[in-house]
Design a protein around this ligand. Structure first.
Ligand code: TMP
Length: 205
């Protein structure tokens, strides 16, 4: 596939969307066409699925949750991401399947291997060329998010241990695939983080 596929990952509150915005602007300044998207909710049907995942009030069992994230991802890849990559464009997504491995696999304590396999089946095996992992301890990320003043959604309301498991899973994933991952210490300034990301992306375009 001719395009470039970049995902941003990390637990809630680490600053993914700020860095994704900055990278989008930088890539555009280099003359690239960028499709900026997110999971869950990167498509029309995905917006409906996102409402259930983030705002459903009653019970939603872990496997049903994992399956809904996978359904969102399957449609997102088939209808938006693959076509853009085939046109030779750059796709930047705020979250992709590593989020499911970290949150449903480790956070919900389902099998990480099974959750990964489910997601990869859903997307026909499409892996990002680069995954930028913004890393912060769970308590620091939570304090930052609380400072944003928005009401926590269904997942953000989980206990700190959930996010500690998710953070550790992300670090393990990065260790297992050092070529795909760029791990950034999200305690650094916005500018320092951006420079590290741009340096890595420069080698890919
Ligand atoms: P966000 O768009 O604000 O990051 O919200 C998405 C939430 O959903 C966030 O708490 C992470 C969570 N999530 C999962 O649990 N599994 C997934 O596969 C994805 C994409 C997100």
């Amino acid at each position: 596939m001719a395009g470039l596929f970049i995902s941003f990952e990390g637990i809630d509150g680490v600053g993914k969307s700020t860095q994704a915005d900055l990278l989008e602007t930088w890539l555009q300044s280099q003359g690239k066409t960028v499709v900026r998207t997110l999971e869950p909710g990167g498509t029309e049907v995905g917006i409906e699925i996102r409402k259930i995942l983030l705002h459903h009030r009653g019970d939603l069992t872990p496997r049903a949750e994992a399956a809904l994230f996978a359904a969102d991802r399957a449609h997102h890849v088939a209808s938006k991401i693959r076509p853009a990559l085939e046109r030779g464009e750059v796709v930047i997504t705020d979250r992709y399947f590593d989020s499911s491995v970290a949150y449903q696999g480790a956070g919900r304590e389902l099998s990480q291997t099974e959750v990964r396999d489910l997601s990869l089946w859903a997307v026909g095996g499409l892996l990002p060329d680069l995954t930028v992992l913004l890393d912060l301890p769970a308590d620091v990320a939570r304090n930052r998010r609380n400072g944003s003043g928005t009401e926590p959604d269904r997942l953000e309301s989980e206990k700190i241990e959930f996010f500690e498991r998710a953070r550790q899973a992300y670090l393990d994933l990065a260790k297992a695939e050092p070529n795909r991952f760029l791990v950034i210490d999200a305690a650094a300034s916005v500018d320092v983080m951006q420079e590290q990301i741009v340096n890595r992306v420069t080698g890919l375009i």
